[in-house]
Design a protein around this ligand. Structure first.
Ligand code: PEP
Length: 261
């Protein structure tokens, strides 16, 4: 098992995080959180479990998972501190709702809501300032992959956002590599394809922050990850867990993935 093979020279955490996206009503979300919590006893204590829910679900889900091993994440936060920004939710609000994490830069937000790297710098800054850990998503789309630009795309997303922060900040930043062509499509990157990008992302982090920070950074894979393919992905040296979309909506599948280390 990977956990016991870790030689403890790094502080990297093994994480399985569920991104519920815009799914479930509040009562359905509360039931899902309860089911995840009930099933989580089977998962080794070293694996951190996180659920990322819609804003409306955060407080009621916090009442279920607060004080348990399950972390609570938002799926996004505002790039402004507070004020006249109708419809936005600030990092301070998320922290006060019981969140410990927020996802930022998910490809759906980059694609449909004009999320730029510049905005992500602001969002990350505000999240960290309010005590939230950030799950920063990067990844190439199909056209970029087919043009052989996947390394360049991930490199620029990492540099444009993370290079604005410090080694201390990096203790609170998790990276999720999510090839856009694999999200919700049923197409998973092969373990080799994922590992080569994960290793590259770690190298890009090392160039700015040094080897130790890079070794300590948790890098998750996301994109049609399920119980049947998680084991092979998680066995890779630089893959420290998963950011899970569709399969996070069924407690058994989500926990099945978490049992794959
Ligand atoms: C995601 O959107 O973060 C994701 C990984 O989705 P899926 O697992 O459904 O591909």
């Amino acid at each position: 098992m990977k956990l016991f093979l870790n030689d403890c020279k790094n502080m990297r955490k093994y994480i399985v995080a569920g991104n519920w996206k815009m799914n479930t009503t509040v009562p359905e979300g509360v039931e899902l959180a309860k089911a995840v919590l009930a099933a989580s006893a089977a998962v080794p204590a070293d694996v951190k479990l996180i659920v990322a829910t819609p804003f409306t679900h955060l407080c009621p889900v916090a009442a279920v998972v607060g004080g348990t091993r399950i972390g609570l994440s938002a799926e996004n936060c505002a790039d402004k501190e507070k004020g006249a920004y109708t419809g936005e939710v600030s990092a301070a609000m998320l922290a006060s709702a019981g969140c410990q994490y927020t996802i930022l830069g998910h490809s759906e937000r980059r694609q449909y809501y004009g999320e730029t790297d510049e905005k992500l710098v602001e969002k990350t800054r505000l999240a960290l300032a309010n005590g939230l850990d950030v799950i920063l998503c990067v990844g190439e789309n199909l056209e970029e992959r087919e043009a052989g630009r996947h390394f360049a795309v991930c490199e620029s997303q990492i540099k444009n956002v993370l290079y604005n922060f410090t080694a201390e900040d990096m203790k609170h930043i998790i990276v999720a590599y999510e090839p856009v062509w694999a999200i919700g499509t049923g197409k998973t990157a092969t373990a080799e394809q994922a590992e080569e990008i994960h290793a590259f992302i770690r190298k890009t982090i090392a160039e700015k922050f040094g080897e130790q920070v890079a070794d300590d950074t948790t890098i998750l894979y996301g994109g049609s990850c399920k119980p049947s393919n998680a084991k092979e992905l998680f066995a890779q040296k630089d893959i420290d867990g998963g950011l899970i979309g569709g399969a996070a909506l069924k407690a058994d599948d989500f926990i099945g993935i978490a049992l794959s280390f």
